[in-house]
Design a protein around this ligand. Structure first.
Ligand code: SAM
Length: 233
């Protein structure tokens, strides 16, 4: 299955609903446990700026929400939002609250509501990234920061081995644990077609955010991006 076969928000939502029972397990297995560290790193970087009101967008099964709760002791509100109800139910079962069913392309929050917005492994699945980034810019207060943790096309030297692992081993492991292998073929294809980190930084700037930067993690296979909301005119 290619990203073309999974075009449209309904197909993406259904795919995540289908794999919910094995979602966390496959994150741990396929990342060899590194996904926990990636989320914690983002949460620590968010916490260093002492945000009071945080939105974890595309919160999924809530693991970023939990990492933020542990790291951001002074935060008065951490909202988890996602458009897939079955995944929100998993997040709720882990203790995440409040949770809001919401589409990233039309956020149900007033302008300037948040000091920080995080999105982990979500933007690759958004039907319209530019619209979602504009929504994040609108929902942030001036000076507030958007954080995007996402896979990124790997350096050329490791690309063949990486895409063999993600594209062949991933679906095989998914099938072995009883999950839909097509969803994990989609994972590999969606990473292959995703913009490089430099280009994603350009997209953040085009959405009206400023000071875009990123760090590469895990041999350049994952990027932690950030960008800030400009002062309003
Ligand atoms: C790969 S999961 C990531 C979940 C979580 N952030 C994590 O780190 O495990 C991607 C999530 O993005 C959500 N998603 C995709 N498109 C969305 C949209 N337009 N609005 C809200 N959530 C969306 C999916 O429902 C899914 O929960």
């Amino acid at each position: 299955m290619t990203p073309d076969a999974l075009q449209g928000p309904e197909a993406i939502r259904d795919m995540f609903a289908r794999i919910r029972g094995r979602y966390d397990l496959l994150n741990r297995l396929l990342s060899l446990g590194q996904d926990v560290g990636w989320r914690r790193l983002m949460a620590r970087r968010v916490a260093a700026r002492r945000p009071r009101r945080i939105l974890d967008l595309a919160t999924g099964s809530g693991d970023v929400w939990l990492a933020l709760r542990r790291a951001c002791a002074g935060a008065e509100l951490i909202v988890g939002a996602d458009f897939c109800q079955p995944l929100l139910a998993l997040a709720g079962a882990k203790g995440a609250a409040p949770l809001v069913a919401a589409d990233a392309l039309a956020l149900p929050f007033a302008d300037g509501s948040f000091d920080a917005i995080t999105v982990a492994f979500g933007v690759r699945n958004f039907a319209d990234r530019a619209a979602a980034f504009r929504e994040c810019a609108r929902a942030l207060r001036p000076g507030g920061r958007l954080w995007v943790l996402e896979f990124t096309p790997p350096p050329r030297a490791i690309a063949p081995a990486y895409f063999f692992y993600v594209g062949r081993v991933g679906p095989w492991v998914a099938r072995a644990v009883g999950a839909d292998p097509a969803a994990y073929r989609y994972l590999g294809e969606s990473i292959r077609h995703f913009p490089r980190a430099e280009d994603l930084a350009g997209e953040l700037a085009a959405a009206g955010l400023t000071g875009a930067g990123f760090d590469l993690l895990s041999f350049g296979t994952v990027a932690l991006h950030w960008a800030e909301c400009r002062p309003r005119e």
